[in-house]
Ligand binder design. Structure first.
Ligand SMILES: [Zn+2]
Length: 169
């Protein structure tokens, strides 16, 4: 474990000349999230693979699409998050926040961040209830959300979304 970590840092040094890589620190500083979402952000940033539908690495896409996350107590607790006003910041409700020590929570919250970021690209929910999406093929917020969970190996939550959140009632 220690040897592997050392090797990774050595590779980073060779590539960038500086293991602290100032560019990355600057990029992170402009993207503020509440502390309870830091494990989710780390999970997204750790994966360089292009994500389904979006075709770009999740962390890069999230930062390009929105400008951060703020907690907004005015949002009904039954709503987890909303996006976005003119400031392009995701608003997180006080109804649920992930346990930062729970990897399942971190993954579920990361999925919500990507869901909200898809809204920021102009994809609104297409069912009359304004909560569900008509189809997976339209590539909206629920489609990106479910596809990313599947991409991360969480087929169970992805299937739950496909069953309950895609298709109008
Ligand atoms: Zn939504």
């Amino acid at each position: 474990m220690v040897l592997l970590l050392g090797a990774a840092i050595a590779t980073g040094c060779a590539a960038s000349g500086n293991p602290l890589h100032p560019d990355r620190i600057d990029a992170a500083a402009t993207f503020d999230v509440p502390a309870f979402l830091l494990p989710s952000l780390a999970l997204l940033d750790a994966d360089d693979r292009p994500i389904p539908i979006v075709g770009e690495a999740a962390g890069t896409w999230l930062r390009r699409t929105v400008r951060g996350v703020v907690v907004d107590p005015s949002i009904p607790p039954s709503v987890r998050a909303q996006c976005c006003g003119a400031d392009r910041r995701i608003r997180w409700s006080t109804g649920w926040s992930p346990d930062p020590h729970n990897p399942d929570d971190a993954r579920l919250a990361a999925g919500i961040l990507l869901h909200e970021a898809r809204h920021a690209e102009g994809y609104r929910h297409t069912c009359p209830d304004q909560r569900r999406d008509r189809t997976i093929d339209e590539g909206g917020a629920w489609a990106v959300h479910a596809a990313w969970l599947r991409h991360m190996g969480d087929a169970v939550t992805a299937e739950t979304i496909a069953l309950f959140d895609i298709g109008c009632r």
